[in-house]
Write a protein of this length. Structure first.
Length: 188
């Protein structure tokens, strides 16, 4: 009987859902500090960030616009911008983009593509890299010719929650991804 109880406890521990903390608080604090510099580094100024919205939508924005949303909508709920960012970037809150105060602060809104989500669920980021990217040294370049806009946005979202920065090269007309820690030193 004791073995059965131990086995059941083991199963219950193993069956817990994965933690949805994509960005730890020290990383968020560093990103927040950099975003408040008078002239933020380009990686912060141009970094696309993704947050959850109502109706299972995803919205693309940036740190400056998220700070505006924080000031206008979430300042009463969160004592500091860092805590708002922590919940927003970890997809723990859903931002209502129908609110007038929040509506204009997103550059793109979309639904996650089911096919891409399934591939990510099965193979994580490696599955997306293998199917939709050219890999070189520290960078993955998106094979845009294989993807619709919705699919490309969904791939970008999954790279983001795995702490990759989306880089748009207007000259070569391509999108690539690099690990965030290649741009920012997170040690104290």
């Amino acid at each position: 009987m004791r073995r059965v109880i131990i086995f059941l406890l083991f199963l219950s521990c193993c069956s817990k859902p994965k933690s949805s903390t994509y960005f730890d608080l020290p990383v968020i604090k560093k990103l927040s500090q950099l975003s408040f510099l008078e002239i933020p580094p380009p990686v912060i100024s141009f970094m696309s960030v993704y947050v959850s919205g109502k109706s299972d939508s995803v919205h693309q924005s940036n740190f400056a616009r998220l700070h505006d949303i924080y000031r206008l909508v979430f300042k009463e709920k969160y004592s500091e911008f860092d805590f708002f960012l922590f919940d927003a970037l970890n997809q723990r809150i859903k931002i209502d983009t129908k609110l007038l105060e929040a509506r204009l602060f997103f550059s793109t809104s979309f639904q996650l593509n089911a096919k891409i989500s399934r591939l990510y669920r099965d193979g994580e980021i490696k599955g997306l890299v293998d199917k939709y990217c050219f890999a070189s040294k520290d960078e993955y370049t998106l094979r845009s010719d294989l993807l619709t806009t919705e699919e490309a946005n969904t791939v970008s979202y999954y790279f983001f929650i795995n702490q990759y920065v989306k880089l748009n090269d207007d000259y070569n007309a391509n999108t690539s991804f690099k690990k965030l820690d290649l741009f920012i030193n997170f040690s104290k």
